[in-house]
Design a protein around this ligand. Structure first.
Ligand SMILES: C[S@@+](CC[C@H](N)C(=O)[O-])C[C@H]1O[C@@H](n2cnc3c(N)ncnc32)[C@H](O)[C@@H]1O
Length: 240
């Protein structure tokens, strides 16, 4: 039995080519109608922040230059929105000193700088994410400093420089739970007034919240949902 041609097959016989040519000439135009090309947006706006998409020329340039994130800091994660939503309803004091830990692209810190004139520093174990933070700080017209550091490297002395610590989606491996529990201990010793960590509720985060609830008096675990700008849900761990 002869095989049926696939629908994507390129027409090869003269007869088929002629039929196509006739069809085109029947449209009344000498050239084939141009297909409308939809271009993908290169940025989006959420919580008043401009966030660049992966097809934006500057994101593509940073990738070409070799800034490839290695610990999941390759994009902006939705848990940050849960903290932004909380801060929108529970505004910070102006000029507060904020440390964003595991900052990735740093949009949570940038939100604090934009909305509360906060003095913001971001740290991340992966130095390759920091140029993306600086790019977003620039396009959102705020000044945010940053350096490559791990949670473990933040000493009590260093933490004395901050009033608030925020971190989104930073507790996804078992060892992170322990590192963050110890960091919260040092932060409290250093006099940091509030620590807020958000997560889509993975088991290392549940372990962290349970340990904090057991050890500290002023601990809140809030369940939060968002419909806009994206569907997101998770929990906030708030230690005061
Ligand atoms: C899932 S990403 C979240 C990034 C950002 N917070 C967000 O919400 O878009 C986790 C980030 O934590 C950083 N990270 C992982 N382990 C770390 C550690 N021990 N100390 C500091 N940063 C760490 C990673 O490099 C990555 O940027």
């Amino acid at each position: 039995m002869a095989q049926k041609p696939t629908t994507n097959a390129i027409p090869s016989s003269k007869k088929t080519t002629k039929t196509i040519a006739k069809k085109i000439s029947n449209t009344g135009s000498k050239t084939a109608p141009k297909a409308k090309v939809k271009t993908k947006p290169t940025h989006r706006t959420a919580f008043g922040l401009k966030i660049l998409n992966s097809n934006h020329k500057d994101i593509r340039r940073l990738k070409r230059e070799g800034h490839i994130a290695t610990i999941h800091g390759n994009k902006f994660w939705n848990s940050s929105f849960l903290i932004m939503d909380y801060l929108k309803k529970n505004p910070l004091k102006r000029k507060i000193r904020v440390l964003e830990i595991g900052c990735g692209w740093g949009l949570l810190g940038i939100y604090c700088a934009t909305n509360f004139d906060a003095k913001v520093h971001g740290i991340d174990a992966d130095e390759n994410v920091l140029p993306y933070l600086q790019l977003h700080a620039d396009i959102n017209k705020v000044n945010v400093t940053s350096d490559a550091k791990t949670f473990q490297q933040l000493t009590t002395e260093k933490l004395k420089d901050y009033d608030l610590i925020v971190g989104a989606d930073i507790c996804f491996w078992d060892e992170m739970s322990n590192a963050l529990f110890n960091l919260i201990g040092r932060a409290k010793k250093a006099g940091v007034k509030q620590i807020i960590i958000s997560d889509p509720v993975r088991s290392p985060f549940e372990d962290l919240t349970a340990r904090c609830q057991k050890k500290y008096e002023n601990v809140e675990v809030q369940q939060r949902w968002l419909k806009r700008p994206v569907n997101a849900s998770g929990q906030l761990l708030i230690v005061k």
